[in-house]
Design a protein around this ligand. Structure first.
Ligand SMILES: Nc1ncnc2c1ncn2[C@@H]1O[C@H](COP(=O)(O)OP(=O)(O)O)[C@@H](O)[C@H]1O
Ligand SMILES: [Mg+2]
Length: 447
């Protein structure tokens, strides 16, 4: 048997040595020497030589015994004669670098002996308590789904199990327990909350989008059925009224689909930094003109306030136009009729940033809604938004455009006073200057 039988080299065995064989060979050599010595003595000393020969022969035999004794594996290498046995394998937690290794992991890791917590890395201590070491793991992770796995060592090979509510109430974890050499078990927790949230957002989004499309579709179908009725369909006034509603609902569906497509396009381009030169003041004037034509009554209230010394700007013109349309349309819709809707543009002192804002005087937004406004389909008043042609996607699109330009969106609002949406953009998104850590004196933008 050789060491190569165990790649980890944990089993020690006598290597296939040649010592005993060479010992025997040495013995035969001495035996032959003794015989030769005896022969020489007889030939030299005649009958007297028999005595000498016997002495030589005896000396040779003694030498053989001595050689055999010396070459005996037991005496030559006491280990070699011992039966092959597996040495004790050190528990994994006793490895010299084990603590620094598990402390370097971001996920919580426990080392268990039976159900006792032997070691806990810093992430585990932070999650389960500083004093979890030495405790019974069932008291440390008090979770019905985990209990079986923690007690039943044969269940450890099964796949991970889901745990909810460890740490904070909504946190979702996956837990895996695995046997380690040396009789210990490793318990590994990893946070799946982010994955779960994304998955939930995706299903919510599909449900919301379907709901938003189904409502106008149901309405259009209802009107078609009514118009098919000979009596109602024959009346020109009813017919005109119904067709008008159908047209409006179809427009709503189209607007929703357009916004959904925009959103997915912007998201798809998220990591491609926009770098085309854009004349933002010219774009602002264009948006003002377009909205004045499309909404003559409210469009007249749009005011431009463009500051001096603006730096050349890079970005995605189509997306910045969409951003302005969405913000100004909101101010026109939710601001009070007859009050100004102001588009303002300023440069930072060093010209690295621009600040673009859209303000209105109107109903404003209550503080509890502010954090959720950029969520898809979130509205303060859904039925009102729908009634005035809103999709609930406008601010979500704005947020994604701002993110793609490496900028920042701030919403200031006061109920019954009005709202200001401010976007801070780096003049060149390829060299962003915004870190979100508060005002930087060099980059201050005058109000
Ligand atoms: N300037 C504003 N003043 C008051 N409320 C606003 C303003 N802008 C947006 N909101 C609120 O934010 C919600 C989300 O806006 P948005 O995403 O553009 O969707 P919508 O299609 O409803 O306009 C709106 O429904 C409205 O309740
Ligand atoms: Mg809107």
């Amino acid at each position: 048997m050789t060491d190569s039988a165990n790649p980890r080299g944990l089993i020690y065995a006598q290597p296939m040595g040649d010592t005993p064989v060479s010992g025997l060979n040495g013995g035969r050599f001495l035996f032959a020497t003794a015989l030769l010595g005896a022969g020489v003595a007889i030939s030299q000393f005649g009958s007297n030589g028999v005595e000498q020969a016997m002495i030589c022969f005896a000396a040779g035999l003694v030498a053989i015994v001595a050689m055999a004794d010396l070459s005996s594996p037991a005496k030559h290498n006491p280990q070699a004669a011992a039966p092959i046995r597996e040495p004790e394998i050190k528990p994994i937690s006793q490895h010299r670098d084990f603590t620094s290794f598990i402390d370097g992991l971001a996920d919580p890791v426990l080392v268990l002996t039976g159900t006792n917590v032997r070691r806990a890395n810093s992430a585990a201590r932070k999650l389960l308590g500083e004093y979890c070491v030495g405790e019974d793991v069932r008291l440390v992770i008090r979770h019905p789904a985990a209990a079986d796995l923690l007690v039943d060592t044969s269940a450890a090979a099964e796949g991970p199990i889901q745990l909810v509510g460890i740490g904070s109430r909504d946190q979702r974890w996956e837990m895996l327990v695995r046997d380690m050499p040396g009789g210990e078990r490793i318990l590994h927790l990893w946070d799946r909350s982010g994955v779960y949230a994304v998955e939930r957002m995706r299903t919510d989004f599909v449900a919301n989008a379907s709901h938003e499309l189904r409502t106008p579709l149901a309405s259009i179908k209802g009107f078609i059925e009514t118009l098919e009725d000979n009596e109602a369909g024959a009346d020109p006034e009813t017919r005109a009224r119904f067709l008008n509603v159908m047209f409006r609902e179809a427009n709503r569906m189209q607007k929703l689909i357009d916004d959904l497509i925009s959103l997915s396009r912007i998201e798809a381009e998220k990591f491609r930094v926009p770098d085309t030169p854009v004349d933002l003041p010219e774009l602002m004037r264009e948006v003002q003109t377009v909205l004045r034509h499309s909404h003559p009554e409210r469009g007249a209230d749009i005011v431009l306030d463009i500051g001096p010394d603006l730096p050349p700007l890079r970005g995605d013109r189509t997306q910045l136009s969409q951003l302005l349309h969405n913000l100004v349309s909101n101010s026109m819709k939710y601001g009070q009729a007859g009050t100004p809707v102001t588009m303002r543009l300023r440069s930072s002192r060093n010209g690295a940033l621009v600040r673009l804002s859209v303000s209105d005087c109107g109903e404003g937004i209550a503080p509890e809604h502010l954090p959720r406004l950029t969520e898809r389909f979130y509205r303060v008043d859904s039925s009102r938004s729908r009634a005035i042609g809103g999709t609930g996607l406008g601010l979500s699109i704005v947020k994604h455009i701002v993110e793609r330009h490496r900028g920042r969106l701030e919403i200031d609002s006061e109920v019954q006073r009005g709202t200001t949406m401010t976007i801070t953009l780096p003049a060149d998104p390829r060299t962003p200057q915004i870190d979100g850590s508060g005002p930087n004196p060099d980059l201050t933008v005058p109000a």
